[in-house]
Design a protein around this ligand. Structure first.
Ligand code: C2E
Ligand code: MG
Ligand code: MG
Ligand code: MG
Length: 290
């Protein structure tokens, strides 16, 4: 029946659906090739102390670089990589690369052992039974300690797999891996649940930072998050700081750490040593662990 109409063989496919299916197939093939060809590159955005502007750590942010093409940003392939499960391998490459880069910067004397690398972890990765083993061997291969790795998780990746993830997070924490909640405030976790998690840091989503105004009476939700973090004895990193006004208000509120275009854009690994040297010139490079 499907073959009835000659040329348009599968008539029940709407043309648009067909086109979409082909695109997804191409994307999946492309991502698999990208893994084999090592086309994923890691960019780094400094996390700074808001008082001193010292760089206390770096967040690893993946990009897809096909030869001769422009960079593809994570929002354009990560959701699909999560859907297909390819994120597990991509994430593994990112973790390997980030640890290898950090080890090199440490060997070059650019950073000390308090300096952390933050890696984003998707929920698919959290569900991998060998996650802990992989992290352990990657750190060991690179001569790094657990304390130097910080994992960024979103509220939803924790909540969606609550029962299982709880144990994973606890084990990570026992090994002294630091856990941060990314995009904090955009998810649906209840505060009472959050309180039970072995998480040491909240990253304030940039949507809340960008709605900060010059008027101290309308700072939005940011003061509330800072209060929560203080009550729960957690560190805070404000994301998406783009202006001096944002910085001033956050300092007023005693927010200690942040990242954003005001300080540094994400840069490729080759550009990191210069940033570290410049920031080190400002004052002591040694920062307390966050
Ligand atoms: P995220 O983890 O919340 O990372 C912060 C994003 O905000 C990055 O976008 C960063 O480039 C951008 N950003 C930093 N400062 C500013 C600022 O001042 N203004 C604005 N408008 N944006 C700023 P990017 O690199 O495109 O990454 C987007 C998201 O993709 C990340 O959000 C993260 O959820 C995901 N992602 C990136 N790398 C990985 C990875 O290796 N694994 C996984 N699972 N997800 C990743
Ligand atoms: Mg992040
Ligand atoms: Mg974020
Ligand atoms: Mg995000």
């Amino acid at each position: 029946r499907a073959k009835a109409s000659g040329k348009g063989q599968y008539r029940w496919f709407e043309p648009a659906m067909h086109k979409r299916a082909v695109q997804l197939l191409q994307l999946e093939t492309g991502l698999r090739q990208a893994l084999d060809r090592r086309e994923f590159v890691v960019y780094y955005q400094p996390i700074v102390d808001l008082q001193t502007r010292n760089i206390i750590g770096l967040e690893a942010l993946v990009r897809w670089q096909q030869p001769g093409q422009s960079l593809i940003y994570p929002d354009d392939f990560i959701p699909f990589a999560e859907e297909t499960g390819l994120i597990v391998e991509i994430g593994d490459q990112v973790l390997q690369q980030a640890c290898a880069d950090l080890a090199q910067w440490q060997q070059q004397g650019l950073v000390d052992q308090h300096f952390t690398i933050s890696v984003n972890l998707s929920s698919r990765q959290l569900l991998q039974p060998n996650l802990l083993g992989r992290i352990g061997s990657i750190l060991q291969e690179n001569g790094l300690s657990y304390k130097q790795l910080r994992l960024e998780l979103t509220e939803s990746s924790i909540i969606d797999n609550r029962a299982f993830v709880d144990g994973v997070l606890r084990t990570l924490r026992e090994r002294h891996i630091q856990l941060s909640i990314d995009d904090f405030g955009t998810g649906y976790s209840s505060l009472s649940y959050l309180h039970t998690l072995p998480v040491s840091c909240l990253k304030i989503d940039r949507s809340f930072v960008s709605s900060i105004t010059a008027n101290p009476d309308s700072l939005g939700i940011v003061p509330l998050i800072l209060n929560i973090a203080q009550t729960m004895n957690m560190q805070v990193i404000a994301e998406g700081i783009e202006s001096e006004m944002h910085l001033q208000q956050l300092r007023q509120l005693n927010c200690r750490y942040g990242q954003g275009y005001l300080f540094h854009y994400p840069v490729p690994a080759e550009a990191v040593p210069v940033l570290l040297v410049q920031a080190g010139n400002r004052s002591s490079r040694t920062a307390e662990p966050v």
